[in-house]
Design a protein around this ligand. Structure first.
Ligand code: BES
Ligand code: ZN
Length: 465
């Protein structure tokens, strides 16, 4: 499906105020104000965008996976820094450490002597060999494990309510020497324990059917034994990087003292070239940095590519935590671009953490209306680097095409699935949105800070596929 590209109608320019909600997705109601001068400014930026440069960045970056902490990421980081430098930016690398994990390469589970298929390991799980009798401990809560005798046994636990890590630790405290967790929905269970923990015991994940079959045997009073084998897993401290390029306000006499951030994540998941996720956002960030390098602005711009997003937004949390209170207060908006070039995804949407519109979605919606005659819609979703900025009270949004393509997080996320038309559209919209606020002829953004809010991302409960 190719995203629709409407004919360009130079009709709208004012910040769009009203919005209505249609089927869970909010739509801006377009006012009928005309201001050709706004269009002239948009064109100043748009005519400088070279979509072939964006495409070429994606081509270079997606030659191999860019898993945080690996040489693949390091090469990407070097490439990105070199581009920013070549545009005249002072570029800074922000290194940080995190717990990297190599999945087990050899593991198996036998139940009453039969080897089970579709069994999975947990990210951050440990190696080991355990044989023992199975005991069903329901959801594995503190109360559940207190109701059964797990001493020296392997606990069988159902997915749900609390994290996988909590279930395992509860069972360990009750004496279990191994844990099996089965799914509550169809399909294989791919989960993470969120991070390393020295109290873990070997644990594997089963399908819902496999779990139900064992529970039925135990309910019938039968003894069920299991044998867990896991080897080759490795938890190691790794280093990842954020790449930060800054452009001070070029109009010293008119400095709004505000900061606007344009970002994307440069890392990918294991086995995926990540052409769309998120070489696309990285490439548009680079091109907007190039285009804006010599445009007069009265607002400080920061172009950032984050590392270790796929490990739990680690780079962007690291970056936000490194900001001073003053910098946070002065940051008027954060534009995150993640998955912005797939031929096979839907239309452009702006996601905010709370589902409410904010300064960033207002600017994005107006830019869409000015350029395409249609405001960009918005909705509620986390799952990317706009989250930590929201948590700090900074208006932020994720620009993405939804629904996402079937190649998401797969080896098929390659350059041949990238649409230049989509890249051009997003570069124009985000570029014009930022430029509307940052150019010297517009007043400083009257940005309402969003209500800071702790976001509980169910990281341990997410499916990894
Ligand atoms: N690009 C995705 C985010 C995404 C995918 C948003 C599909 C909306 C729809 C991102 O790189 C990602 O995979 N995020 C993780 C969460 C993160 C906290 C590790 C995810 O969604 O599983
Ligand atoms: Zn992504």
């Amino acid at each position: 499906m190719i995203g629709k590209k409407s004919i360009k109608k130079p009709i709208l320019s004012m910040m769009l105020a009203a919005s209505v909600s249609i089927g869970g997705v909010s739509v801006y109601a377009a006012p009928s104000v005309s201001a050709p001068s706004a269009h002239a400014f948009d064109n100043k930026l748009i005519k400088r965008i070279h979509v072939d440069s964006i495409y070429n960045h994606i081509d270079v970056l997606s030659k191999s996976p860019r898993v945080a902490g690996t040489d693949g990421e390091k090469n990407a980081v070097k490439y990105i820094q070199k581009q920013f430098d070549s545009y005249g930016y002072e570029t800074e690398l922000q290194p940080f450490t995190f717990w990297g994990y190599k999945e087990a390469d050899n593991f198996s589970l036998t139940v009453n002597g039969d080897k089970l298929s579709d069994v999975r390991t947990f990210t951050y799980g440990i190696n080991g060999d355990v044989d023992g009798e199975l005991v069903y401990a329901d959801l594995g809560t503190v109360e559940d494990v207190a109701n059964v005798n797990l001493e020296g046994k392997i606990a069988l636990i159902k997915r749900g309510d609390i994290s996988f890590a909590e279930k395992i630790i509860n069972a360990v405290k009750a004496g279990a020497k191994g844990v099996l967790i089965f799914n509550h929905s169809e399909g294989a269970l791919n989960g993470t324990l969120g991070g390393p923990d020295e109290n873990l015991v070997p644990a594997l994940a089963l399908t819902k059917e496999q779990g139900a079959a064992i529970v039925a045997q135990l309910d019938a009073g039968q003894t069920v034994t299991a044998s867990i084998h896991i080897e080759g897993a490795e938890t190691k401290e790794s280093t990842s990087y954020n790449v930060v390029a800054k452009k001070a306000a070029s109009q010293k006499n008119k400095d709004t003292n505000q900061i606007m951030i344009i970002g994307a994540h440069h890392d990918s998941v294991e086995g995926a070239p990540g052409a769309n996720d998120d070489a696309s956002g990285t490439a548009v960030t680079l091109e907007l940095a190039r285009v804006m390098a010599n445009l007069p602005t009265d607002t400080e711009l920061r172009f950032i590519t984050f590392g270790a997003e796929e490990n739990g937004l680690i780079g962007s949390y690291e970056y936000v935590n490194s900001l001073s209170d003053d910098e946070i207060k002065r940051t008027a908006g954060m534009f995150q671009m993640d998955m912005v070039g797939s031929k096979d995804a839907g239309d452009l949407i702006m996601y905010t953490i709370d589902g409410e519109k904010n300064a960033v979605t207002d600017l994005g919606a107006s830019a869409g209306a000015r350029l395409n005659g249609e405001a960009v819609t918005y909705g509620k979703e986390g799952r990317s680097d706009h989250e930590p900025f929201h948590v700090a009270g900074i208006p932020s949004a994720l620009f993405i095409h939804a629904p996402v393509e079937p190649w998401y997080h797969s080896p098929e996320d390659t350059i041949d699935k990238i649409s230049k038309e989509k890249l051009q559209d997003v570069a124009e919209i985000v570029g014009s949105a930022v430029y509307q606020a940052a150019r010297p002829d517009t007043p400083a953004l009257q940005h309402a800070r969003v209500a800071p809010q702790k976001v509980e991302y169910p990281f341990e409960e997410r499916e990894l596929e």
